[in-house]
Design a protein around this ligand. Structure first.
Ligand SMILES: Nc1ncnc2c1ncn2[C@@H]1O[C@H](COP(=O)(O)OP(=O)(O)OP(=O)(O)O)[C@@H](O)[C@H]1O
Ligand SMILES: [Mg+2]
Length: 664
């Protein structure tokens, strides 16, 4: 426990009874979790396999395993459960699937699958916003831990009654497909643990000690899951920061931090006040910003780090200009900080934005300067058509009942099975009470289809059959490769690419599928597909030495030496939707999260105009910029002497580089 400050040490040593560590950004909350896991194992209190740590990103999960691995002998760290709430829920559902009426290999529906089912269940022609609203209502009911029957009972208005009825039909659909959706991964374990003593006892035995990072972003169902696992004795450590609660729009409830106190009267609270991450200017700016939010108990956060450089504030013409400036500065920074005989420290630089659409201009500018970068979020990868196709195949291999996966796989690549055939197949399947995949295999049913369609379907069925056999023996990576070849996905991808270079790039996405899955103990297409489905909530983690691009939401818990936040404009940050919905505080917290990612230097930029529906739109700098202390900022053009000095430094550095290149 070398190197921890007194309250951190206290938090690590408190192992009997519930503990909450409540503290600001960069104060070492996550560090406490890591040290505590090591301590619990080393002191012999709990074996690694009885400890579960809930983290928000794959990166922190990996870090935890690595660091614990260095402390303790043997492979014990591999036995740790380090996962997200959803991944833990998935594990519970996988182990106790039978009690939930699910069969092995069940599918996880993503948001698109859910929308497609709802569209089918709602009156024909329902508009997308009606479908979204329905999805939201169902999700809300699930996050409140309600079953369809409970939702019906709780409904007060006609609208709520209709929503509950739709929820019931949607759930019937899911169970017919042997599928669950994301929200079920929390709701079902909660339901099971709360009602089934035997299951609860078994899980209390499996998880003796629970640690939860970023606790302020748990929703009500997750909180219930926490309580169900931790039991009355409350053998847990939760860490969180109410000022970093940024997921209310997804149902997160920061009041859960307060509920811990009422639900566990024995709760011990530890506060941390020293920030070890940020330069002092960055920290003072962050403190000043967040002081504008109402606080019941104001936190103090101080740092004995150096002041550091002032925060640069750039006014740019538009997003393209902004992206060019950022890319040029990154080039400069990387060169300036490159150690002798080392590659430029790309991986220590991060660009943050409010919305994913902002990444396009940045990617373009970075590509132009040949700066290696990685766009995180997971969804960017999983949303690619070719990846979704392969995922549908994996799902179908594991779960023949998954009609949604069947419909996608049978048409990817195109094998001459058209809408007409599928409609007919759907009728036959419904009539025979079998899933589509079984109907496609059935010789009797095939006789009722035109010969060409029947042949195409049976070809598909035998392909599936062969791959299903392979799936029993091949490790995930090889299975994915074989699947890509045999299914024809790879050939179709090649045909659709305009040149070899593009094909190479997109092929990499397909080949990488299995690499995204890092659980050595799990195997088979079902677990692979499940693990991949969960990635939309997480991130691949290790991306090597590349500049990172991500949303501020995704940056939670991470830190970088150099941080750029782009698009700091009113309407974007704070987002326009937040203005009339009274969520300005949450936007401020989001900006607070962004700012406090910076260890050494921070740049904030805003554009003066944007294109909107073909028209020019004038933009105003974010109102939050006015809340930052002017002393800590250096606005463009405000200080001609400093600007000139910086320009000169830049010129001499690039000259030095050119000389170095020539000398090579
Ligand atoms: N006692 C300490 N001495 C030196 N460095 C520390 C100490 N505690 C934490 N740090 C370092 O400070 C940085 C921030 O720590 P950490 O990420 O754990 O903070 P956090 O409270 O979890 O932040 P966030 O709220 O952003 O999640 C890390 O680089 C960590 O290694
Ligand atoms: Mg943290």
């Amino acid at each position: 426990m070398h190197g921890l400050n007194p309250p951190q040490r206290q938090a690590v040593l408190h192992t009997e009874g519930p503990l909450l560590v409540l503290a600001g950004a960069g104060s070492g909350k996550t560090r406490v979790i890591i040290e505590k896991v090591a301590h619990l194992i080393q002191s012999g209190r709990y074996p690694a396999k009885r400890i579960a740590a809930i983290t928000f990103t794959n990166k922190s999960a990996r870090e935890m395993r690595e660091r614990v691995g260095k402390r303790i002998k043997g492979d014990a760290a591999q036995d740790l459960t380090v996962s997200t709430f959803h991944a833990l829920g998935l594990k519970i559902v996988q182990i106790d699937h039978a009690k939930l009426g699910l069969r092995r290999g069940f599918s996880i529906f993503d948001a698109d699958d859910s929308s497609a089912q709802l569209k089918d269940l709602l009156p024909p022609g329902s508009k997308p916003d009606v479908i979204d609203a329905a999805k939201h209502l169902i999700s809300r009911a699930k996050n409140a831990g309600l079953s369809p029957a409970q939702a019906a009972e709780a409904s007060r208005s006609t609208r709520e009654r209709e929503a509950a009825a739709l929820y019931a039909r949607y759930q019937q659909r899911l169970s017919a497909f042997n599928a669950v959706d994301f929200d079920d991964l929390i709701r079902l374990p909660v339901q099971l643990l709360e009602t089934d003593d035997e299951v609860r006892m078994a899980w209390r035995e499996r998880i003796g000690y629970l640690l939860v990072d970023e606790c302020q972003d748990t929703n009500d169902a997750q909180y219930r899951l926490l309580k169900a696992i931790a039991g009355d004795a409350g053998q847990f450590t939760c860490v969180g920061d109410d000022d970093q609660s940024i997921y209310a729009w997804r149902g997160a409830n920061p009041d859960n931090l307060l509920s811990l106190g009422t639900d566990y009267p024995a709760l011990k609270i530890v506060k941390l006040e020293q920030n070890y991450r940020c330069s002092n200017r960055v920290l003072r700016a962050a403190n000043a910003l967040i002081a504008n939010n109402p606080h019941e108990h104001p936190k103090t956060l101080w740092s004995d780090a150096a002041d550091g450089e002032r925060i640069r504030v750039w006014e740019c013409r538009d997003a393209a200009h902004e992206a060019d400036k950022v890319a040029a500065e990154i080039q400069f920074i990387a060169q300036k900080h490159t150690a002798p005989d080392a590659p430029p420290p790309w991986g220590e630089i991060c660009i943050l934005f409010r919305g994913n659409h902002q990444s396009r201009a940045l990617e373009k500018a970075l590509q132009l300067l040949r700066i290696p970068y990685h766009l995180s979020g997971g969804t960017a990868f999983l949303d690619r058509g070719e990846v979704k196709d392969a995922l549908a195949w994996l799902r179908l291999l594991a779960n023949p009942d998954d009609d949604a996966a069947f419909l996608r796989a049978v048409q990817s690549p195109n094998r001459g099975v058209g809408a007409g055939t599928l409609a007919k197949l759907g009728e036959l399947a419904a009539h025979a009470h079998v899933p589509l995949a079984r109907a496609a295999e059935s010789i009797t049913l095939a006789k009722q289809l035109p010969a060409r369609a029947a042949n195409a379907l049976q070809g598909f069925a035998s392909l599936l059959h062969g791959l299903r056999n392979d799936a029993r023996t091949l490790p995930p990576t090889e299975l994915v490769r074989k699947l890509n070849e045999r299914s024809g996905l790879l050939a179709a991808l090649q045909a659709s690419c305009k040149d070899e270079a593009q094909f190479k790039l997109r092929r990499r996405n397909l080949d990488e599928l299995a690499d995204w899955f890092d659980g050595p103990k799990t195997s088979g297409p079902g677990e692979l597909a499940a693990a991949l489905a969960l990635l939309s909530h997480a991130d691949k983690g290790d991306v090597g030495n590349q500049v990172r691009l991500m949303s501020m939401h995704a940056s939670k818990g991470l830190e970088f030496r150099f941080v750029f936040i782009v698009g700091v404009e009113d309407g974007n940050l704070p987002h326009e939707a937040s203005l009339d919905e009274g969520r300005l505080d949450e936007e401020r917290r989001l900006f607070y999260v962004g700012i406090t990612r910076a260890k050494e230097r921070l740049w904030l930029s805003h554009a003066k105009e944007a294109q909107r529906w073909g028209d020019k739109l004038r933009l105003q700098p974010s109102r939050f910029l006015d809340e930052l202390p002017a002393d800590e900022l250096q606005r463009d053009g405000a200080d001609p002497v400093a600007d000139a000095a910086q320009k000169a430094e830049r010129r001499s550095t690039s000259l030095a580089n050119i000389r170095a290149m020539l000398a090579d």
